[in-house]
Design a protein around this ligand. Sequence first.
Ligand SMILES: [Zn+2]
Length: 296
Amino acid sequence: MPISKMDLADAGSPEALVKRILQAEPNLPVPVPIQELCTRLGTLRIEDLDTDEFEGGLVTDAKRSEGTILVKRGGEPRRRFTIAHELGHFLMAHHVPDQPGRFLCKSSDLLRLTAKAGDQRQRREVEANRFAALMLMPPHLLREAMVAFREPDLQHVLMLARDFAVGKETAARAYVHYHSEQIAIVVAGNGRVQRCYRSLSFPDIICGVGSPLPTGSLFHSSAHRPNVASDIAACSADLWIDVKRDLRAPALYEQVYLQPNGFAMILLRLEPIPEETAAERRLDEGWRHRFHSGRR
Ligand SMILES: [Zn+2]
């Protein structure tokens, strides 16, 4: 690996940093050798963190001349994400830790995707997570992998997680953003919505975080086996999205992947309404409007 920290001197955002690293490492293999990158980029040591309170940490000086990444023992995908997250703190010079010389990150920090306006701590955690996701699943390699995935299917998420050695949720988030169809993945824990990732064109989901999964969802069918993605089945669109009265409901499909720990992923796929049908619908609405307003 030819890269060094010098190559990154003026890259401040996660996107700019990853771009530089990828320019210097055009032949990065999959899974990305994150520990090797850490060594190259100046974070010399990776040590176990013996506490339940934190998921990871970074001990370094203000100049970032070197550092030690601390990471909680656990599964490899989780450790890799934590290492990449801490590497992000290390490389972004504007990240200032709460205590001098020491970043400590909780599991909630490693899940954070949005920050309250003006909250610098949250903002830096969001940036470290963006860096980690981009570094572990570099866009050009992800696009290459996605070419094989046409019809949306949770099997693909499992394949991405395996190939890139990342957690299923990290893979799910990337899958939703890079797939060309209108899809969303709901992460559920103990029958309730925990998090939800949507493609740009997928409408808002009406079940808020913390609310129980809709009773009509495929999730409640008793046929699921843990660690096996279910068949894909049609469901009523208004279980998940707001369907306007008077309008024909779009077709919505569900697929469920149950984990033995009580967590589940539910893939939602919205079928686009064909062009002529949309035109017909507009015509229909026009007639209805004229009817209601008394003009014929
Ligand atoms: Zn952090």
